[in-house]
Write a protein that binds this ligand. Sequence first.
Ligand SMILES: [Zn+2]
Ligand SMILES: [Zn+2]
Length: 328
Amino acid sequence: MRAMILEKPGRPLELARRPVIQPRTGQILIRVRACGVCRTDLHIVDGDLPSLGRALIPGHEIVGTVEGIGPQTAGFRPGDRVGVPWLGWTCGRCEYCRNGRENLCDVARFTGYQIDGGYAEYALADERFCFAIPERYADEAAAPLLCAGLIGYRTLAMAGEARHLGVYGFGAAAHILAQVARHQGRSVYAFTRDGDREGQAFAMRCGATWAGGSGETPPEPLDAAIIFAPVGALLPQALRCVRKGGSVVCGGIHMSDIPSFAYALLWGERRIQSVANLTRVDGEQFMRIAAEVALRIETTRYALGEANAALAALRTGTLRGAAVLVAA
Ligand SMILES: [Zn+2]
Ligand SMILES: [Zn+2]
């Protein structure tokens, strides 16, 4: 099979041939139809996350068809459409796993990092961590649901009952989250890079009630703010816009350092929270919502061999919505 390989962080991915490995007990072999390109992939490629010291295949927003199943595999059959998210394996035994917080498992393995991912023609996955995909979405539109949608949903849940919700960084995750939040009757205030008029117009098309630059003050105090942009300096800015008792939730896996700020910004029982990974329960809940609400998923299509170009577009912030690698 053809695959885009990361030999070492800091280097571009290389198109190479790899053998297709047959599924073992509990595994399914998937013919990849589409794989979303997530900011976490960029952090892995750029070396912002710890290097594994070996080559890997990125990609954790996989949509494909089951091509083969291993022994004792019962959940999927050949021909089924399936989605593979970031959480690829957990131990089931540590304190976190036993208490419904498998997203924090001490030895979790992640798709497109410890487990080879979907920047390839085929991928292997543990069937227990895969999801069925709502029928209304084509493969290309469904791919971003697997992380941008799903972890965006967990981030939204962490914001609690917030009615006035700020979102900093309006990319793939935010454009889905804004539609879900709108469906739940919340108002979304979108913050983009200063002067990014096109990004602000995009946010308004996705259901935001207001859009402005990240240094601006929204027309209403926020009950909660969600930060997707990997920019630590946004945290004190967001706190400034959040009312007493509100929270700032950071949805990304990596952020630049947070500058120091006056305690007065946190005072008034404001909270700061990060969101790590996902649980399978998050995935099931989110897929139910995605089946119910016709989410409009904006994608830019790339061929497998163009993965470096997709990552570059993500890095420069020129994308609207999500980049997706689509099988020929
Ligand atoms: Zn565990
Ligand atoms: Zn992701």
